[in-house]
Design a binder for this molecule. Structure first.
Ligand SMILES: [Zn+2]
Length: 491
């Protein structure tokens, strides 16, 4: 997490470990000054047109909201930032009652250390219906002390340790709670922007103008608390999509919106599972038989665990299963790509959604949707990014959002597809998207526990697996045009 200027690298990787992280403004004492020049407006490009927005609609440098005073001392100073994870999980598989699980990590650790189980520190479990605020209050109090620095014995040397909140990762609902934004059923239930839920996958979102900014949200919370009556307070809160009071983590120094990234692992897995359900439901009885045959005879990598039957066992699919399957579905579909394998009613529905006229083009476009989902997944899980990679990631995320929301009613205004708009920002702020997703599955004991080791390996090697699947190993009668313009199927 580096918000400041001055670091230019060819290939972005996480730079918050080693020595470089110390340069971050949040953990140093630098500030940004542009002598004598006051910036009031920002010129920016939206959908090919130049526009001007007030400077208030932009993220501020951490020196404005999270300046940590460096104590005057001769003692060595160590600065840590603490990544915070919170989600609900079933105590046993398929058990509805959920337990909230909170754990932290030291964000300065290199990525290969951070993903180790021993470097996840469990703060505790919030019982079903228990109060999160009550649970987390002692942690917040300790973090407040650490923000000011605490003298500790570090390997026999008295030192000052300063710690601050880093990235906060949570599922969609819990993530909103931690920011003080209403959940996704509210009109404005996105924790990163103010888009209304009826246009979450719209193409006309002017993101800089509609994003949530910490300083603006502060003012909205002030307005809510100054309301003369409870009714008025609720009305204003509903209008802004905020809670009636700010969340407990606001006691710590942070940019609540920038530091609450979306969980790419859960979002991708749920998106894939939904698309899998839609695709299987669209198959004719003949198509289902052909699908099962292709699925059974598929040449899976030897290192993969056996996947459950996606037609008979889809309800018990693990998230890791769906990510595995996403890698092979384009190939399996390619083997059964005949109009009679799809229900006529589904072809007609798809046709009216997309405007594609011929049945054979419909199923080709369906396949292209899968290729796009798989390609987006492989980009989202990349270990490092060049400038060109960020551009490709943006294209993938935008194309996936556009195409899926246009082609399938079930994807229209879906929160997990809406966050495609925000993932590029998270990727750029945190160098990659891996920190917000992959480490979490290590603790998915209640959900993904028995897939733990293989999943870890697979996700880390996902781009490699995909490359392998796409280029060297799969023998197709007609090769898939992987980089084909996905929109060309739309007539
Ligand atoms: Zn949003």
């Amino acid at each position: 997490m580096y918000f400041g200027p001055g670091k230019k690298v060819e290939r972005s990787q996480e730079i918050w470990h080693g020595n470089i992280w110390k340069e971050s403004l949040q953990f140093g004492c630098a500030s940004i000054k542009i002598n004598g020049v006051v910036i009031r407006e920002i010129l920016y490009k939206h959908q090919g047109h130049w526009k001007i927005r007030n400077v208030a609609y932009s993220y501020r440098y951490p020196s404005k909201f999270a300046l940590l005073e460096e104590p005057e001392t001769n003692l060595p100073i160590y600065k840590l930032y603490i990544d915070f994870y919170f989600d609900d999980f079933g105590t046993f598989q398929n058990v509805y009652h959920l337990l909230g699980r909170v754990y932290i990590q030291i964000g300065n650790l290199p990525f290969d250390k951070r993903k180790q189980l021993k470097n996840h520190f469990v703060l505790g479990f919030v019982p079903f219906s228990g109060s999160f605020e009550e649970f987390i209050a002692p942690f917040v109090a300790e973090m407040k002390m650490l923000e000011n620095g605490k003298i500790m014995d570090v390997q026999g040397t008295k030192s000052i340790v300063i710690a601050s909140l880093g990235d906060i990762t949570a599922n969609l609902p819990q993530g909103n709670d931690l920011v003080g934004v209403k959940r996704h059923s509210a009109t404005r239930g996105c924790r990163t922007c103010n888009t209304t839920k009826d246009s979450w996958t719209s193409n006309n979102i002017d993101l800089p103008l509609i994003s949530r900014y910490h300083h603006l949200t502060d003012r909205q919370f002030e307005e809510i608390s100054a309301a003369p009556t409870i009714t008025r307070r609720n009305e204003i809160a509903a209008e802004y999509g905020l809670w009636t009071c700010s969340p407990i983590l606001d006691n710590l120094k942070r940019e609540r919106h920038l530091q609450s990234s979306h969980d790419v692992y859960h979002a991708t897995a749920r998106k894939v599972l939904r698309f899998l359900r839609i695709t299987i439901d669209a198959l004719s009885p003949e198509g289902k038989l052909a699908f099962i045959l292709a699925w059974k005879t598929f040449e899976y990598p030897r290192s993969w665990q056996k996947l459950p039957n996606p037609i008979s066992h889809i309800e018990s699919f693990m998230m890791s299963d769906s990510l595995h399957l996403a890698m092979v579905i384009p190939f399996i579909l390619n083997r059964i790509l005949k109009p009679q394998n799809f229900k006529q009613s589904e072809i007609d529905k798809f046709r009216s959604q997309t405007g594609v006229s011929r049945s054979d083009l419909v199923i080709k476009l369906w396949l292209k949707c899968w290729i796009l989902v798989t390609k987006t997944m492989s980009m989202a899980f990349m270990h490092s990014f060049t400038k060109e990679d960020y551009t490709k990631l943006r294209e993938c995320l935008d194309n996936e959002r556009r195409l899926l929301s246009q082609a399938f009613e079930d994807f229209e205004n879906l929160p997990n597809l809406h966050i495609n708009l925000h993932l590029i920002l998270h990727a750029k702020n945190y160098a990659t998207l891996l920190n917000t997703g992959v480490v979490r599955h290590l603790f998915d004991g209640g959900i993904d526990g028995h897939h733990l080791s293989s999943m870890n390996n697979t996700l880390n090697n996902l781009p490699h697996h995909l490359k392998w699947l796409m280029n060297d190993w799969f023998i197709a009668e007609k090769s898939l045009d992987y980089d084909d313009d996905i929109s060309e199927g739309l007539i």
